[in-house]
Design a protein. Structure first.
Ligand SMILES: [Zn+2]
Length: 291
């Protein structure tokens, strides 16, 4: 196991930055293509439409850049020190069934709060861990999951916008009048953007589903298992963190008291500590004994 861990760490050390570099080059290529090819070839004649089109493109580019940067450089969050007393930690270590709100991480030798998982690649405990993403060379957890989803969302919007602009070139019989060489470039951009839009679109839909149901990718599989066990026993299992789609959404994007649409420009770090989470009212009634 130690050899595998060492391999993971080495791969992460030498290839992690390469992935970020590659993703940055791709994003830079999209920016360049917009100004060098898409804009000159698809600019509307109406000056107002032209300004709106450029401003919209700039907003999308800025949002993609900010959310990608924050996904990479905002840490997912680790359990803070001083969470529990030394005596309680000792109890956890010696007796894993000790009735505590924390679990014990055998690798970090520390208390794991609820929703925290140990990540094998970074070899640390991650608050509300979702997954490790090589493209951002970072774990997606409590503090950066929001930025990760915003990044995917804006990437989808950007690709969709590029598809709309370049579709006439792809669909040549629509009367598009660009030169044949630029037409080929626009066709290539259209196909590339459709591909990215479909691939990332599935990922965005999946993560929005997790947000609305207040689960992480890891918890989704855990909850599915618990639901099956409960069903076999004739019981009903509830996800204790699922407060309803509206509250789940507000909790994730930190848009409490604001309109939902504010998640589009809210790039603040999520509120809360990643250690304590509100639960449904009948929390205790709905717990099933899985031991
Ligand atoms: Zn750990």
């Amino acid at each position: 196991m130690q050899v595998i861990q060492l391999g993971f760490n080495l791969a992460r050390k030498y290839f992690g930055i390469t992935f970020i570099f590659f993703a940055t080059i791709l994003i830079g290529f999209v920016y360049y293509t917009y100004f060098a090819t898409i804009l000159p070839e698809t600019a509307p004649n109406n000056p107002i439409l032209l300004i709106i089109s450029i401003l919209f493109a700039l907003w999308i580019m800025w949002a993609i850049g900010v959310t990608f940067f924050k996904s990479c450089y905002v840490g997912p969050g680790h359990p803070p020190s001083g969470l529990i007393s030394r005596e309680e930690l000792q109890e956890l270590r010696e007796n894993p069934n000790y009735d505590s709100q924390f679990r014990y991480c055998k690798k970090c030798h520390y208390a794991k709060p609820e929703r925290t998982h140990h990540d094998a690649i970074t070899n640390t405990c991650i608050l509300k861990m979702d997954h490790y993403c090589p493209w951002i060379n970072n774990c997606v957890g409590y503090y950066n999951h929001k930025f990760f989803l915003q990044f995917l969302f804006y990437l989808c919007v950007g690709c969709l916008y590029a598809c709309i602009l370049t579709y006439p070139a792809y669909h040549a019989e629509s009367g598009y009048s660009a030169t044949s060489s630029s037409n080929e470039t626009l066709e290539f951009i259209f196909i590339l953007c459709v591909t990215i839009f479909i691939a990332v679109g599935f990922l965005v839909s999946w993560h929005f589903y997790l947000v609305f149901t207040n689960q992480t990718s890891i918890e989704f599989y855990e909850n599915r298992y618990y639901k099956k066990v409960a069903q076999e026993r004739g019981e009903v299992y509830y996800n204790v963190y699922d407060l309803g789609y509206k509250k789940n959404f507000e909790q994730f994007f930190g848009t409490e008291g604001h309109h939902w649409i504010s998640f589009l420009w809210n790039f603040d770090i999520p509120k809360g500590d990643g250690v304590h989470f509100p639960k449904i009212d009948n929390y205790f009634k709905n717990q099933i004994n899985l031991v």
